[in-house]
Design a protein around this ligand. Sequence first.
Ligand code: ADP
Ligand code: ASP
Ligand code: MG
Length: 439
Amino acid sequence: MLIVKFGGTSVGKPERMKKIANLVLNMPGKKIVVLSALSGTTNALVRIGEHLLAHQIPEANNEIDTLEKHYLAFISDLYESSSFRAIGEELVSRYFSLFRLLAAGKFDDRSYRELLAQGELISTELFYHHCQERKINARLLPALHFMSIDENHEPELDKISERINPILETMTNAEMLITQGYICRNHKNEIDNLKRGGSDYTASLIGAAVRAEEIQIWTDIDGMHNNDPRIVKKTLPIAELTFDEASELAYFGAKILHPSTIVPAQKYSVPVRLKNTMDEKAAGTLISEKGSRGQFKAIAAKDGITAIKIKSSRMLLAYGFLRQVFGIFEKYKTSIDMISTSEVAVSVTIDDHHYLDEIVGELKGFGSIEVDKNLTIICIVGNMLAEKEGVLNEVFLSLVSVPIRMVSYGGSNNNISLLVETTQKEMALNLLNEGLFGL
Ligand code: ADP
Ligand code: ASP
Ligand code: MG
């Protein structure tokens, strides 16, 4: 079984949707196709939802009208025959009636999540009818029947597997199965999602649940690049990455993959291949157990980081102190990305600020606390054996003009993390591109 995921831009135009049907038909064996919402749709649904939560009904209705026009134009180009155009119109009218119904009712957080899920539901239905029109033997596999998260928002891989495999047995004669990325049910059985960019995660979870041969993530770029192409002009695709390397890059901000994508795939050693829908011949990136050479492989950056420094000359060296500090973060379900200690202080970084005030309040019991916001972690990934000389030299020499707030090195063999002010990010990424990759 192949799991083939297409992102928003890959389905964002009628001709692209037609193209991906061809791409999938040319792939051997059984396929589960995971689709995102058409590009721009989830952002529009977020805007509509925010307006409705703020009781800005006319603004929400304006957005709904604009989005509806977009979909009506889309279906008129996607379908060839008048009968399928009529099916398309009925489909658009059904979804937009629901949006207007949601807008007219008591709109709460639950309705918001239901609204956000509609993007993937529409795109998969549109694609399914396109396949019908072409007489492709495709079937819809509703993600809400098998994809679930627990009360901590963690996907329930075992349950997903227990649910999806029997469904697949009832669909063995279909040429391709089409399912929604991103959407799921939560522990209250309500509609929920895997957070922004979550369709990659869906593909990986399904790949792990069915022990697929490969998970393919088709997007608008030819694989994982050595640096962030949105910020750095000259970047190059990487042919191969290990699961660990790709996992670090995704977690530390390489937008091409949802931060958790690699976790389920790695658990069952299912290779993940990144491919470009706009240039299908390009090799892309293969992510697997197998490593490849090269000291520095890639750089990613994660914004929105806060550093918390706890100064406590009295207690720091006492055993059990760090456990107590970490206990506070655990209590507030806030994970720590970087840690650095000295004799008088310990600094940690977090990216989830939800409980920042509560955490700081409790930490004050240990000493004086400093909080620094608007920071960025720059993560350099590769084969950086700690016993090899000169690795840090190269990094620091590239960054002589950038103040570095914190460094993490030696925790694993494939990562150096640096903390900088977000205002320095662009310069740091460009300097590292020159210094480490000669680009
Ligand atoms: P999709 O809609 O297909 O999920 P995304 O926009 O989520 O696509 O991810 C693809 C984008 O990720 C690329 O267009 C690129 O701008 C961005 N990106 C950020 N860092 C990297 C990187 N290291 N390598 C490749 N793409 C990256
Ligand atoms: N449509 C969702 C988003 O825009 C999920 C995805 O595209 O992966 O975040
Ligand atoms: Mg994405």
